[in-house]
Design a protein around this ligand. Sequence first.
Ligand code: NAP
Ligand code: MG
Length: 496
Amino acid sequence: MTLQKNLDRAAGLSFPSQAVIDGKLVSAKSGKTFPNVGPRDGRVLNEVAACDADDIDAAVKAARAAFEDGRWRNKHPREKKKIMFKLAELMERDLEELALLETLDMGKPIRDTLSVDIPTAINSIRWYAEALDKVYGEVATTPAERLSFVVREPLGVVGAIVPWNFPLHMACWKVAPALAAGNSIVLKPAEQSPSTALKLGELALEAGVPPGVLNVVPGLGETAGQALARHMDVDLIAFTGSGDVGRKLMTYAGESNLKRVALELGGKSPQIVFADAENLDEAADAAAWGIFFNQGEICNAASRLLVEASIKDAFVRKVVERAAHYAPGDPLDPASVTGAIVSESQMRRVLGFIDKAPKEGAVLARGGKRVREESGGFYIEPTIFDRVENTHALARDEVFGPVLGVIAFKDEDEAVRIANDTVYGLASGLWTANISRAHRVARKLRAGLVWINGWDACDITVPFGGAKQSGFGRDRSLHALEKYTELKGISITYRP
Ligand code: NAP
Ligand code: MG
């Protein structure tokens, strides 16, 4: 694969632009569209259906009809599994196309979309297909004259609202378990990255998912997203995105039909490096990767690096050396390790944090500038600030860009105190060779995930999600099925 080949392929690519509702590709009823801007060079890739409340209503009606007549949920589990496996196979067939669409939509490097984003999405579909007939109900320990069993039933219509940072990957974290559990779905992708979700809707139809079961409705958050979250016939909103929107979704649910809301929100994740870590080079690799991978646009980015004071200066030098590896390049170049920031406004937001940090007393150790401006795209070099205080904006607010803040600590208690001094609680990590300390600190960190001696040790078998304002509800693992199902107790009384 070469840059030229990718440029040629990109030039011939057709971008999906219509919604998938009730098995058909349709334009917005209003006829309106919105521009899908490619952050690689700032140019408009295509015009996409700008769906609003009318289109959402049509999609929810189709989803409800499909759920009520049981065309999906009552299919033999073997049949459902076959269809989901077929979907995974079709995604594999179209892997290159999906990877190109993702790279052009949101600016991440083609090597990641080919090796991480799309394969991870495919794996989610397969994993939940395999799981769908392996989750059993329970028989309760009732008195002799009664037999009670507890069954898990699909909720009905699931509304999934997803962000732009891992578009297809996040969509499949929700679509796969929701489908496996027998629900119908209305998926709203982020306006910055609609293409792969729309393609997923088309591939699902080709695989044999019946019409109306997976609807994909592109549009703006304030219009399409809000209409979905306020709809009186949606049973759950499964959301990944910012805390601000998460708050609104809970309000919409309260003001409409009390639908369930599951929120996967942001983070300000600490990575703690103790002086007794066995391998400080590995820890430095993880510190750089934890913040610079995916241009730092990761909800669990290791954005706060807490380092024991005695090794801090030497350790920061190691991380600064490694940052060069993450210099952004053309996302279509197979050699690029990082690419463009998703949009001009996100780039400006990140540059705003970079501008403010020294004014609060942080010291720039590396980077800090927009680069590759001549491309017309939105690129920021890997940036490191030393002498950050946990009260600085850089330590408190989610930046969602390639900007690391280094905070020194003097002992274990102080490390734990600083790590937990945040409204977030998504991921956390620590490096130490002391096994007692590893267990002790892991228990004290308030976060949904703790990684010891290795950052982002992610796997589909381990639930993903946060504590505190990082949200609630879990993606991945069999636990994810809990949020797409309802418990029902059925009791039969008889003469013993
Ligand atoms: P966002 O602004 O919250 O948007 C997320 C989704 O919500 C988009 O589809 C957006 O639509 C939609 N939306 C916006 N306003 C809405 C409204 N009033 N009603 C209903 N839907 C609405 O977040 P983002 O900027 O895309 O993504 C970045 C955030 O996601 C970060 O905070 C990050 O930490 C978080 N994130 C969390 C996880 C996790 O698993 N915990 C994973 C990835 C990202 P439009 O884009 O079309 O407006
Ligand atoms: Mg885009």
